[in-house]
Design a protein around this ligand. Structure first.
Ligand code: PMP
Length: 281
């Protein structure tokens, strides 16, 4: 695999980052994951804009312009012959003597790599996924897409040990989001997903699905929903760049609705894939 590190395209074995990198020592870095369909980038501009925002919130300089970033993404997709999969991008504050305060003169480290994987024909898209609930014990700035992902990793392990696929995090009885996706429920004809704030990541897929649902006259509410409301819902699903719209069929061992992917979830998945495929660049 060819990866990109600080201006160079290298075989992955030759790519190097300093042991003093603040991404490694402090999780002082941000990332983005952009999916690839038919060799093209899905919602690249959405990811580029959120990257800009994450960097700004952390007072980190952006080492690349939007156009340079697009060029690097495309080059890696081509060099690695990715038709379906994703591009991972990470920018950290760079290497400096270990000190909690931000260094004044560090050069950001930028790393990109690709991963080839099926996104459309996933078995879980047909069967749906099972989730368990866990308390949300993350920090308070979940709107910044930082690389500190230990708690979500632990949540995935809780799910795995319980025979489930993923976890939804709960704070004061309300669902915040999934470990690596935004959470949605459908009650009657109402589609509900949590409102934006510092409690959740502002999902790029979430924004696109909201727009598409409104375009086809579905009723959407952006508000908190409780775990109890989710368990009593007709349908549930999650959204993310790599899962698209993924039906949830079980919460804490209880079936959601009929225990199979619901009609609105399936329809939104189809609409999302069709539209994003057509708009990919
Ligand atoms: N929430 C969290 C905590 C995530 O990690 C992700 C995926 N990175 C998402 C939501 C979904 O965001 P997106 O649709 O931009 O992939």
């Amino acid at each position: 695999r060819t990866v990109y590190v600080n201006g160079e395209y290298l075989p992955e074995e030759e790519a190097r980052v300093s042991v003093f990198d603040r991404g490694f020592l402090f999780a002082d870095g941000v990332y983005e994951v952009t999916s690839v369909l038919d060799g093209k980038l899905v919602d690249f501009d959405g990811h580029a804009k959120r990257l800009e925002r994450s960097l700004g919130e952390l007072e980190m300089a952006n080492p690349v312009t939007r156009d340079e970033l697009l060029e690097i993404h495309r080059e890696l997709v081509t060099r690695n012959a990715i038709t379906e999969g994703m591009v991972y991008l990470q920018i950290t504050r760079g290497a400096a003597d270990r000190d909690f305060a931000f260094p004044v003169d560090a050069t950001p480290t930028i790393v990109l790599f690709t991963q080839s994987m099926p996104l459309i024909e996933k078995p879980t898209a047909k069967t749906g996924i099972k989730i368990v609930s866990i308390p949300d014990l993350r920090w308070g700035r979940r709107d910044i897409k930082t690389v500190q992902l230990l708690y979500p990793s632990m949540g995935k392990m809780v799910a795995k040990k319980a025979g489930a696929d993923d976890a939804w995090m709960v704070q004061d009885d309300f669902v915040t989001e999934g470990t690596s996706n935004n959470a949605w429920i459908v009650s009657g004809n109402r589609i509900v997903t949590r409102h934006l704030g510092t409690e959740i990541l502002h999902g790029i897929t979430r924004a696109a699905v909201l727009r598409m649902a409104r375009e086809v006259q579905m009723t959407v509410e952006e508000r908190p929903f409780s775990l109890a409301e989710a368990k009593a819902a007709d349908e549930a699903f999650v959204t993310s760049a790599s899962a698209f719209v993924m039906p949830v069929v079980e919460i804490d061992g209880q079936p959601v609705g009929q225990g199979t992917p619901g009609p609105l979830s399936r329809r939104l998945r189809e609409i999302y894939i069709d539209e994003m495929r057509a708009a990919a660049i």
